[in-house]
Write a protein that binds this ligand. Sequence first.
Ligand code: DP6
Length: 331
Amino acid sequence: MSNTQISSNIWFEASAPSNIALIKYMGKTDTVNNRPTNSSLSWTLNNLRTFVRIKQNADLKEDQWNPFVRNDLRPIDLSEKGKKKFLDFFAKLKAEFKLTGFFEIESANNFPSDCGLASSASSFAALTLVAHQFAGARYLPKELAKLSQKGSGSSCRSFFTPWALWHEAGAEEMALPLKDLKHMVILCDETKKAVSSSQAHVQVLTSDLFKGRPERAADRLQKLVTALRKPEGQWKNIFEICWNEFWDMHTLFHTSVPAFMYLNGDGFSALSQILEMWHQDGDGPIVTMDAGSNIHLLFRNNQPDAYAKYQEHFNNQFNLWTDSGYQIRKD
Ligand code: DP6
């Protein structure tokens, strides 16, 4: 009897974390398989997770996606386009794992879905994991990552923690001494973004400034890894490399044809306040932004006072995502 027959009418569930890149994946050489123009390095966000469950249903004529409703989770609201991308990838997973019949697929996050934190990385990694589990297959994490990359590039880094390097050979864990960074997000715009990251990957290639981008990213990656390998006395250097890297990516957005922006006035204001605080304190968090308006901060575990200070300071102006969850702005 095949696994699929044994598994009928039982829900299979898996979850996967999101990740935040410090050296960015932006620009592809192959949009079908999501091959990147440069290597990237990310920190895994184990507190920001997507949960996916699937069940075979003999009454269905096609695979069907619905929000996963459970008390501890927040249902995802997928656009038609988002649903299609997810289901198209599920069809690829079914072919890979030789799954037949049609499925009910449900997904949800453990964080508010409408605050701009959602990433395709956790969703696609969780979908890959649950299909793998349903099939009773025994792929290595590296093989699962390669597969997941075809659904959404950044998801391949979500199979490794706490650091993931995605390079020519695929994604893998990178052993680095800093293993306990504290994450915070300043939520500068919680509405849906007008340009998807998949679209951004295409448009950045039209920027005049894309020339030299793969070389700049490779150079920063090498410098960042060197600093992260021996982080003593390197924190400011690490901050500067990551700061320059996200500005490099956002400048590509601002100069592509047509140009587009995620960074808004609130984000700009928050960034200049962060710089001011860094200058005053001579220390602070790593700062980065994805293809979105939110500002991600990473603190060392020996900076609890700085963490509290930033939380206090920015929660007066913004909603935040912190170690203890979603924090509504204090008026
Ligand atoms: C800016 O992985 O969302 O977050 O492969 O088209 O699904 P697709 O794109 P996606 O791109 C993420 C881009 C980024 C930078 C990064 O995560 O490295």
